[in-house]
Write a protein that binds this ligand. Structure first.
Ligand code: FES
Ligand SMILES: [Fe+2]
Length: 366
């Protein structure tokens, strides 16, 4: 696995952490509209194989895709809208709690109480069109009470009426490369060249204010760069446009653009599928141009193109990373990546130490 070497202010190198995964938090497993009828779906999150479905009463569930008896995937069994039945020996489970309710082989003389047996079921909540699953750390025990858990992430919406769109792309790199690619300001003019966005020639010096937030940092409200066509388009409303971008552990980037009563928000997550692969998911909501019917497909088209450009670059990068190069992070353009690694380290070692002690300005050219 490639290790990141970061350069300190004096230019000497510090080795960064390897791609450890962050447990005890919420990750999007799949789009929840796929969970329909009595179908079972599989997903992989942080190397946990999951089976997901929706009970007849509408509640969604996520279990470890493995029977506690002898380990066959529960997804190859049966689901009747209330119980998941294992294909091997027919044990029946209530899928939200994982509780076993019947073991067909038991006789009158057996003393085993099936209800004392549990398959692993994880907290699972439907929000912004995703099935969010809480992935516990090793030895965390059974956690099903939402009140004991961190809040489920949610995309902000600033009016009752809005439109939404979502995108997804698999990335062949570990979650850290996916995340630092997401917050990297210097790749824009090279990876995202397009006549409607920007070109290499549009590079200029930027100064952005950042401030610490709990387990993350905020790029403070600023007027977006005037060299980006979509932002120019927003200017038609004739009011100042303000953009805020937050990054928060374990993997979330929230963007909010507001212009008077008009707004656009997005939540981008980079989720570890396995220790060495990840997936990027973007969900966006807006009330800008609400009445223009074509805006959703157009937004999806441009959004997809943008994500595709990042994906292609990361596929190429993964090719290079196969040979374990040592890498570097430089100031100021890679400073957000350095904060990310420090925040992650603080979360993993439980120190809660924030790498920023107050607002700072970063400078780069992009
Ligand atoms: S393996 Fe599932 S019931 Fe035996
Ligand atoms: Fe990008």
């Amino acid at each position: 696995m490639a290790r990141l070497v970061t350069l300190d202010a004096a230019g000497s190198s510090i080795t960064g952490p390897t791609a450890t995964l962050i447990y005890d938090d919420w990750y999007p497993a799949l789009r929840s509209d796929r969970l329909r009828g009595n179908s079972l779906h599989t997903a992989m999150l942080l190397d946990f194989p999951l089976v997901l479905g929706r009970r007849r009463d509408g509640r969604i569930f996520a279990m470890r895709d493995s029977c506690p008896h002898r380990g066959i995937p529960l997804s190859v069994g049966w689901f009747d809208g209330e119980h998941v039945t294992c294909r091997y020996h027919g044990w029946e489970f209530e899928p939200c709690s994982g509780q076993c309710e019947a073991i067909p082989s038991l006789t009158r003389v057996d003393r085993l109480d099936p209800t004392k047996i549990y398959a692993s079921a994880y907290p699972c909540v439907e929000r912004d069109g995703y099935a969010w699953v809480y992935i516990p750390g090793a030895g965390a025990g059974r956690k099903l009470d939402l009140a004991d858990l961190r809040p489920v992430p949610e995309l902000a919406k600033y009016s009752p009426k809005y439109r939404t769109a979502h995108l997804t792309a698999d990335l062949p790199c570990n979650v850290d490369h996916g995340i630092i690619g997401l917050m990297d300001p210097a790749h824009g003019p090279f990876v995202h060249q397009a006549w409607w966005w920007r070109s290499r020639g549009s590079i200029r010096e930027k100064t952005k204010k950042f401030e610490p937030i709990p387990e993350g940092f905020r790029m403070a409200a600023h007027a977006p760069s005037g060299n980006s066509a979509p932002y120019k388009l927003l200017g038609v409303y004739g009011e100042p446009v303000q953009t805020t971008i937050d990054f928060q552990l374990p993997n979330r980037r929230y963007e909010t653009i507001r212009c008077g009563s008009k707004w656009f928000t997005s939540l981008t997550t980079v989720t570890p599928v396995t220790a060495s692969t990840c997936r990027i998911d973007v969900v966006a909501a807006w009330n800008v141009f609400y009445h223009l019917p074509l805006v959703t497909p157009i937004a999806k088209f441009f959004g997809a193109k943008f994500v595709r450009q990042d994906q292609v670059t990361m596929i190429q990068q993964a090719e290079g990373l196969r040979h374990n190069p040592s890498l570097m992070l430089i100031d100021d353009a890679d400073k957000p990546a350095k904060w990310y690694f420090a925040l992650k380290q603080a979360r993993i070692d439980g120190s809660g130490k924030h790498p920023m002690d107050g607002p700072v300005e970063l400078h780069w050219r992009s």
